[in-house]
Design a protein around this ligand. Sequence first.
Ligand SMILES: Cc1cc2nc3c(=O)[nH]c(=O)nc-3n(C[C@H](O)[C@H](O)[C@H](O)COP(=O)(O)OP(=O)(O)OC[C@H]3O[C@@H](n4cnc5c(N)ncnc54)[C@H](O)[C@@H]3O)c2cc1C
Length: 547
Amino acid sequence: MSTNSHSTGYDAIVIGGGHNGLIAGAYLARAGLRTIVLEARDDLGGAARTEQPFGPDFKVTALSYVMSLMPPTVQKDLDLARHGYNVIPMGPSYFAFPDGRSLTLEVGDDADRREIAKFSEPDAANYAAYWAWLQGVGDVLAPLLLTTPPKLASKRPRDLIEQLRLVWGLRGLDVRTTAEATRLFTMSVTDVLDRWFESPQVKGALAINGIIGTWAGPDEPGTAYVMMHHTIGDIGDGQMGSWGFPVGGMGAVSAACASAARSFGCEIRTNAAVDRITTRNGRVTGVVLRGGEELRASTVMAATHPQITFLRQLDRNELPDDFVRDLEAWRSRSGVVKVNVALSELPDFIADPGTEQQPRHTGAIELCHSIEYLERAFVDAREGRASAKPFADCVIPSTLDRTIAPEGCHVMSMYCQWVPHTWADEPDSAELSAFADRVVDGFTELAPNFKQSILHRQVIGPHEMQSEYGLIGGNIFHGELSTDQLFHMRPAPGYADFTTPIEGLYQCSSATHGGGGVTGIPALLATRRVLRDRQRSMMKSKFGRGR
Ligand SMILES: Cc1cc2nc3c(=O)[nH]c(=O)nc-3n(C[C@H](O)[C@H](O)[C@H](O)COP(=O)(O)OP(=O)(O)OC[C@H]3O[C@@H](n4cnc5c(N)ncnc54)[C@H](O)[C@@H]3O)c2cc1C
């Protein structure tokens, strides 16, 4: 299928060596295209990375920390297991509270109900019905994650067919499920949970998925959808909420994607920052690297934040004005801080004493006293201060993956919210450090041995995320998952089908449909689109010649 490539050029250039760029490179090379992936940094993986900031003994998942949403199709197509992809299902979610109580939740089983009854009998009674409701809406919405959004309201025949296909795909909806889906897209997670539960602790536990990576507290409309996005879990098997630790950290996922790409003949270059995307007469012709080297290709796939691609690497006058305005208005805030630590022993919780490894150490461990606690933490940041009492979603992957810490020691990933999102541009390192101290103090209130068990600490704030890892504005998903930035709007109306206003230029970062998260879905759908377009254009030129 290799066509028209100049001897110094390629069929396809992928910009960005995060997991989406690597998966796109793999699919394009697998289809026979002479493909190169260009990564600005000296390492691969983007936000799916393993670092060794504490020396060679410890491996740290510096940014993202758990896998869930990568569809089995991607894993099978790229034979990722053969390239080292191995995800260990994580343990239950554990919540310890300052009053000495704790709550341990798996996913909607009987043991959960007994745990919840410690806080509220009515909540325990409602729990199964709540999960059934969530599953019902999830069953309808999950397939949409793997559907390329059509150009809604376009009257072009091909677009009309795609719109009809979408409507047909939603034929499982009835009046009731449509209403529930509408609620999910428009309500706050607080309002949704208030319909089912009364205990502030239980509601806090169930609200967390609604605020992960979001510049919004649980009271903000739209957070109910974020909760569903993170709850859908393993969409391929239709199983909700199953998350896991990749052996070797998140960087091992990227390494597997890179190895798969190379096995199909894809070239990968690091220290290769793209400066400009070149075009002629509205068609992409290649890229120019920082330093001036030029590479040519008739297909370019941008796997970088869309404000990098469209506002920095192209001239605005090459793009429609309304598209530029949409991209300028793209909201990309989070206020997330990552605190990674190495530990000499496991946390010894007041609620459940003991440093011997127990199931509670092997899953998510939450610093979240209640749903009001979460809202307060956000309100602080919205008012311009880092949370006085931060929220943290913590995991200790070394409890299940012994390849990442020496015997007797552990690594812990503390994903924390919120600091002011403006810190992406105006960092405050003293306040960032004080925020990290408060996270540690908050955890030590629940597990008194925690602070003294810390051997090393790494703190990554919004500024580092933006300047070192290309996460503009510090948003962990290249763009907020608010309802006005989803599906046919992601990242701009008219261009959610992975095309762009420039012919031959495509996009597949987390800011496109199927992202964010380490899902690979944008790369899967975008490369399908590239291959379809190439096939169509080959047919067209053949047909043209035939006449
Ligand atoms: C703190 C944090 C925690 C998270 N936790 C989770 C989690 O637990 N689970 C989960 O599923 N998701 C999580 N996420 C989200 C997830 O990591 C991202 O959505 C995903 O990794 C983004 O992948 P990507 O390939 O689209 O982009 P990226 O990983 O951002 O890759 C883009 C790449 O492009 C490169 N680049 C930028 N500019 C240029 C240029 N000019 N030329 C060449 N290359 C360039 C960058 O260096 C980068 O390597 C988290 C993210 C963060 C930040």
